[in-house]
Design a protein around this ligand. Structure first.
Ligand code: GTP
Ligand code: MG
Length: 313
């Protein structure tokens, strides 16, 4: 059967899983048919609220995604979930586990679950994820949840496509919260401290409060919400916060928030780039500066300034 534009347009509009599955595979693999899919959804995108969920391994992202899906379904919203695994080329055990966790939604025609695994390089993965998100948006899902494991560069890139980014932490991950500072705290619109059934949860909420930069005048204040994903506690509040983040924003605020986020991300990317330059420089001056730090002649901040000046040349 030749699948033409009307196959996709009608199929997606009618909620056909077959059409949706094929459409996603086509855009994900950048097949020639992807062009037909993109035409079929053109003019139909831009309506979905794309929510990014990220955080360290095992924090409870998938359990939370499933619980959130339940809450959004109660609010009569159609939900698509994309599980992205940047570390695994084939979709490993984590995604298998996610399938089991999402199985309560398997018979619900208002829920669609799909995993996207890494194929080759990172830029490819975030582009593929963005295109798949567009297809789900064009297919009429109200909510698209993009879940990705980890706290590195890959996740940050994928999270660019979300309107609302939720960072999930778990209690007792003090060190990881410190590590999260580099990049991930910047992109969060909402923080969740999941596993709030643990006695360590309060301390983690406090650690996060301290790690966050206070919001400036007129800026969105990043809420820190405790949840117990396994029994659904706090999940309605999280859904409210997510909806607020989308609705409570007039266009001006939205634009301002977007540019603040872009600026924060730029700062992080610039820092990473600078570190790379300094690390990989074969300029002897860098060795000399390091030597002067070692002997106590230069403070680290001054030394960094000098190093930056020399690699910028
Ligand atoms: N006690 C408790 N356990 C939880 C809670 N939420 C999730 N878990 C458990 O924590 C484990 C990891 O949960 P997942 O939802 O797979 O976590 P994840 O962040 O998606 O993990 P990865 O995708 O592997 O990074 C599972 O055994 C869950 O049952 C919670 O609120 N309280
Ligand atoms: Mg998971």
């Amino acid at each position: 059967m030749k699948r033409d534009i009307s196959y996709y347009r009608d199929g997606l509009a009618a909620g056909s899983r077959d059409a949706l599955g094929r459409a996603i595979t086509a855009v994900e693999n950048n097949r020639p048919e992807a062009q037909i899919v993109l035409q079929a959804i053109s003019g139909r995108t831009g309506r979905a609220h794309v929510i990014g969920i990220t955080g360290p391994p095992g924090a409870g992202k998938s359990t939370l995604t499933s619980a959130l899906t339940r809450t959004f379904r109660e609010r009569e919203l159609r939900v698509a979930v994309l599980a992205v695994d940047p570390s695994s080329p084939f979709g490993g055990g984590a995604i298998l586990g996610d399938r089991i966790r999402m199985s309560e939604h398997a018979l619900d025609s208002g829920v669609f679950v799909r995993s996207v695994a890494s194929r080759g390089h990172l830029g490819g993965l975030s582009r593929a994820t963005a295109r798949v998100t567009d297809v789900l948006d064009g297919a009429g899902f109200d909510i698209v949840i993009v879940e990705t494991v980890g706290t590195g560069q890959a996740e940050t890139e994928i999270m660019h496509l979300a309107q609302t980014v939720v960072v999930v932490a778990a209690p007792g991950l003090g060190d990881e919260i410190q590590a999260m500072k580099a990049g991930i705290l910047e992109i969060a619109d909402i923080f969740v401290v999941n596993k709030a059934d643990s006695p360590l949860a309060d301390a983690t909420v406090r650690t996060l409060h301290e790690a966050l930069r206070p919001a400036g005048e007129g800026e969105w204040i990043q809420p820190i919400l405790p949840t117990i994903a396994t029994d659904g506690s706090g999940v309605a509040d999280l859904a409210d916060a997510i909806e607020n983040h989308a609705d409570g924003f007039d266009d001006d605020l939205r634009l301002k928030a977007a540019s603040q986020r872009a600026r924060r991300q730029l700062a992080v990317a610039a820092a990473e780039l600078a570190a790379e330059h300094v690390r990989e420089s074969d300029d002897r001056i860098i060795d000399e500066i390091a030597e002067r730090v070692l002997t106590g002649e230069l403070g680290l901040r001054e030394a960094a300034q000098e190093a930056l000046r020399s690699v910028a040349r």
